[in-house]
Every structure is written in C-alpha cells, then in structure tokens.
Design a protein around this ligand. Structure first.
Ligand code: ATP
Length: 296
C-alpha cells in the first residue's frame, strides 16, 4: 500500500497583492487526489522561520510547497537548512526571480504538477553578509535601481524605467573594487558587481549564461562599463559574454571591498549602501522540485 505523505503549504497572504484562496483550494485538491495529507501555514511577517521550524518538528512533512515571492522562499530555505525535506514553488510574489530561473510556467495547475512532482535539483545556497542568497546579489546600478524603485510611488516596469535615468547618470558609477576570490586578488572598476548562483535577474535578463545552480560554485561578474551591445546580449540564452564588457570569476568564497559605499541588493531586496561584501558557498542544498524540461 502507498504510504500517505504530509505536504505543508507555506503561503504568504500579502505577496504580490493577490487573493490566495484559489491557490489554497487548488493545492488542497491536488494533494488529496494524490492520496496525501495537507496542512497550511500562513506567514505573518513575524518570526515565520521559527514557526516553520516548529511545524517541521511536529508534523515531519515530506515536502514544503511555498506560495510567495523570493522573500518567502528564503524564509523556508533558512528554516529547513540542513534538513532533507523537499521544496516546491507556487510563485506568487511581485517579481519571482527564483521561479524565473527555472522557467516555472504561469498556470497554477502546471505549477502544482511541478511542485508536487519528482524532478529535483539540489540547489546551492550562498551566504552573503549573513543573509541567504537564492539566486543573484549585486553591488551597483541594479541595486541602486531597486533602492530608488522601493522609494518611488510608481510601480511596475514604468516605475523601474523612470528610475533608471537618474541612476545611470549618478556620479557613483563606475566604482572601484578589490575582489579577493579563493586565493587571487583582483582590482577592477565597474558599474555592477554581481554574485550569481543563477543565470537570470528576476526580470529575465540573462546575466550569467554559464552559471549552474548545483555545481557548488558561484560566479562573481564585474560589468565594466555601459555597453548597449553587452546589455542586449545578456537577454539571449546563448550569449557569449564579451570580456571587454564583463569579467567572470568563478569562486566559492569571496571578499569584495569598494572604496565607497555602494547600493547592494540580494534576490531583488535592497539591503543597504555597503563597502564590504563577504560571500561564501554554504554546505546546505535546497532540494527543489523543478520542471522536467529544465536544462542544467
Ligand atoms: N502576513 C503578512 N503580513 C505582512 N507582511 C508579511 C506577511 N507575511 C510575510 N510578510 C512579509 O513579506 C515579505 C516577503 O514577501 P515576498 O518576497 O515573498 O513577496 P513579494 O515581495 O510580493 O515578492 P518579490 O520578492 O518577488 O518581490 C517579508 O518581508 C515578510 O516579512
């Protein structure tokens, strides 16, 4: 006889500003049709990591399905660190950068098939200045855009675009950094220094085409100057990054020091103006359910 599994849904009621009841209904239906048992935890924004850890201890779920944005996924990743529980995604945040990297489709039914399916990646987790990073962190123009965007009242792509003009003209760019990666030290000048586990920004821009999310290595990318060609190339899957435009340094451990404080973001969330960034690959993996068609 098939054993009954317990599946926990962690759902952020405010993510993306949408009604979550249809997601809860579809999840419960799908899990019961599979002959499994479901239970639900709604995040509150206060001590969610600890609450999820308590639930894992009490209920010992076989899998946790996360409905929210990257912030909610990170909360779950932090809660299960070191445990083997599987994780599925029902992206419902405002940007969904991690889901974009795995080409998770828009339809809820397809998302449920994937989240409750049996294709997994043992995804690397990076620790940066004490935070868990799921896909991409960066110092420079992109983080400055996110900072300006978070302060602005105009939402959506238009808001992002309007913010880009003062950001691109700011005297902070380019800036100088010293990068100590494993046992080499490099001095560079750039407009954006990214630490990338993944290939894409949440917007879909392909900034790190050779990155693999399960190889135990992340890439430090230094974008050296404003190049329309270089920026356009990052939108194509098979882009070969021009070394005059971007320098790529694969590593497991990096210290980045900037001469001045520069805007810094992790997974689409503005962290602060920073001068020192310490990033290292953690020994933990996220056992994530992904589409069968995902190309590593
Ligand atoms: N019930 C709640 N009320 C208010 N805030 C909450 C609640 N639950 C979670 N949060 C907050 O939501 C944030 C995480 O949101 P998340 O990133 O998942 O969604 P989002 O911001 O809509 O999406 P994205 O990160 O893709 O832009 C955290 O700051 C968390 O503290």
């Amino acid at each position: 006889m098939k054993t009954q599994n317990t599946i926990l849904l962690v759902i952020n009621p405010i993510a993306g500003g949408t009604d979550k009841q249809p997601i809860i209904n579809a999840f419960e239906k799908h899990v019961s049709q599979d002959g499994n048992q479901s239970f639900i935890y709604e995040t509150t924004g206060d001590r969610d990591k600890e609450a999820i850890q308590e639930l894992i201890k009490e209920q010992n779920p076989d899998r946790i399905v996360v409905s929210g944005g990257d912030g909610t996924i990170r909360e779950v990743a932090d809660a299960i660190k070191g445990a083997s529980v599987k994780v599925g995604l029902l992206p419902s945040g405002s940007a969904n950068g991690l889901a974009t990297n795995f080409d998770i489709p828009d339809s809820l039914e397809e998302q449920l098939d994937i989240a409750l399916g049996n294709h997994f990646i043992a995804m690397d987790l990076i620790e940066i200045n004490g935070y868990t990073c799921l896909h991409i962190a960066d110092l420079g123009i992109n983080a400055q855009l996110i900072k300006n965007y978070e302060k602005s009242e105009i939402r959506g792509k238009l808001g992002y675009l309007i913010q880009s003009f003062p950001t691109l003209l700011s005297s902070d760019f380019p800036f100088e950094v010293e990068i100590q990666c494993d046992d080499q030290t490099i001095s560079e000048e750039g407009i954006l220094v990214a630490i990338a586990n993944a290939n894409k920004f949440g917007t879909g821009a392909q900034i790190n085409p050779t990155g693999k999310m399960d190889d135990g290595i992340f890439e430090v990318l230094v974008f050296k100057n404003f190049s329309i060609k270089g920026i356009l190339e990052t939108f194509y899957d098979d882009a070969e990054l021009d070394p005059d435009f971007v320098k790529v340094i694969p590593c497991k451990d990096v210290n980045i020091v900037s001469k001045k404080s520069i805007a810094f973001q992790i997974d689409g969330e503005f962290i602060g103006d920073e001068q020192r960034i310490e990033a290292k690959m953690t020994p933990h993996k996220l056992n994530l359910a992904i589409p069968k068609s995902f190309r590593r």
